[in-house]
Design a protein around this ligand. Structure first.
Ligand code: ZN
Length: 424
């Protein structure tokens, strides 16, 4: 792998910080920008971060310059690669019938009750070959990296049987080997209760705890266990049971919670989940508990947008109270079919009143904390993985400003360069 030298970076957004722990409150606005910056990467790691002037005087750079892959950033913006800490890429088909029903006025829950929703993605995943599923996952990873994402959390959850969940995680593993970025796999066997268990949901919870989780743990197919805790999915009681099983099998916990109805967060937070996601319906007590915890509050406004909701998660209340907020795409076929992270930043700013700085921190360093990867991901600092994105804009605020656009010209993943678009 050739060394990489990025020079003439108009704004090098480093997110460097002396502080431990995720960004909270005012720290979310500290981007650590270096004007006219330069970065040297070697062996897939960042080795030097500073100004172009200092880099050009560096004796190692002078001696090795002809061997470096040099990218002249021509005054553009460089960010740490986005860390997308919440995606569901292991599916086969878009859900166009659901989409049509929703445009005709049906709600997410009405569509699910009529046989649409998550369960309608299950048959195709159960029938699919592992390679076919891996190709779909790989397609999503490529689309994500085209918008500057370099680390992706990828959930199973459309198989809903031991065999199909294992197959989904194997497909994620196969795809991750064919993509230069970093993939973090999550078991979401507890997405919804599959149709064949409708009359005996407790047997499905037992299947998740006694079969899926131990087998996935034994084969090291996932780092996390996720649970969809909400009306129409799993109860708070079931969520705790599944979370405890995950912990007993040395897997970390994350949960979808309080998207449709509020579930008090106290008991789940007591189990130390790395992240709780959605949080549309949290109250002040939940916000205060989150602010006093190490758990990341992951917001996915793409789902609110696509479901046509007028309300968005209370980002301002969470940030102002001191909770550590992350942003993710929630890429999935039912409620958030977007792999465009800059669009998610735009939604965060326009719909949730986050600032551009907060949105960038939430989608990089706090995303890394949401995946327990903060030592290697989420900021541009010596020693971290060479995950960077070059945006063809002159000011970092343009990334959230240009609606649903993607100006990411290069994505560098673990030191491998991907060119996304011609720059002018
Ligand atoms: Zn989700």
């Amino acid at each position: 792998m050739a060394p990489i030298f990025l020079v003439n970076i108009g704004q090098l957004v480093t997110l460097r910080s002396g502080a431990h722990g995720p960004r909270r409150g005012k720290d979310l606005r500290e981007l650590g920008i270096i004007q006219d910056g330069a970065v040297v990467c070697l062996g897939g790691k960042i080795v030097t971060v500073g100004t172009t002037r200092d880099a050009l005087r560096d004796s190692w750079v002078k001696k090795n310059r002809t061997k470096l892959i040099e990218i002249d950033c021509a005054g553009k913006v460089v960010l740490p690669g986005f860390v997308d800490s919440h995606t569901h890429p292991a599916f086969i088909s878009p859900r166009l019938v659901d989409f049509e029903k929703r445009t005709a006025g049906s709600s997410y829950e009405e569509i699910a009750a009529a046989g649409g929703g998550i369960r309608s993605s299950v048959d195709a995943v159960r029938r699919a070959g592992k390679r076919q599923l891996a190709d779909h996952v790989l397609g999503a990873l490529k689309e994500l990296s085209a918008s500057g994402v370099t680390t992706v959390e990828a959930k199973s959850g459309y198989g809903l049987s031991v065999e199909a969940e294992l197959k989904s995680l194997q497909a994620i593993k196969t795809a991750s080997r064919e993509w230069p970025g970093t993939v973090v796999p999550t078991l979401l066997g507890a997405h919804v209760v599959p149709s064949e268990y409708t009359d005996r949901p407790q047997e499905y919870v037992a299947l998740v705890c006694e079969q899926m989780i131990p087998r996935v743990a034994k084969r090291k197919l996932a780092k996390f266990v996720d649970i969809f805790c909400d009306r129409g999915a799993f109860s708070a009681e079931d969520t705790l049971t599944i979370a405890k099983s995950a912990r007993e099998n040395n897997l970390q916990v994350r949960a979808h919670i309080s998207q449709l109805i509020r579930t008090p967060l106290d008991r789940l937070l007591g189990l130390g989940p790395v992240s709780v996601d959605h949080l549309d319906c949290v109250n002040d007590a939940d916000v205060a508990r989150l602010a006093n915890s190490e758990t990341i509050a992951t917001l996915v406004p793409g789902a609110n947008y696509f479901l046509g909701l007028s309300e968005y998660p209370p980002a301002r209340r969470l940030i102002d109270a001191g909770a550590a907020v992350a942003l993710a795409t929630d890429f999935n076929p039912g409620s958030s079919p977007t792999a465009n992270m800059p669009f998610v930043l735009s939604l965060a700013c326009t719909q949730m009143k986050m600032t551009s700085e907060e949105a960038i921190s939430a989608a990089t360093i706090n995303g890394a904390f949401a995946l327990a990867l903060s030592k290697s991901k989420g900021s541009i600092e010596p020693g971290k993985d060479a995950d960077l994105s070059i945006f063809d804009v002159n000011d970092y605020r343009e990334i959230a400003y240009w609606v649903a656009a993607n100006h990411c010209s290069y994505t560098i993943m673990n030191g491998e360069i991907q060119r996304n678009r011609q720059t002018n």
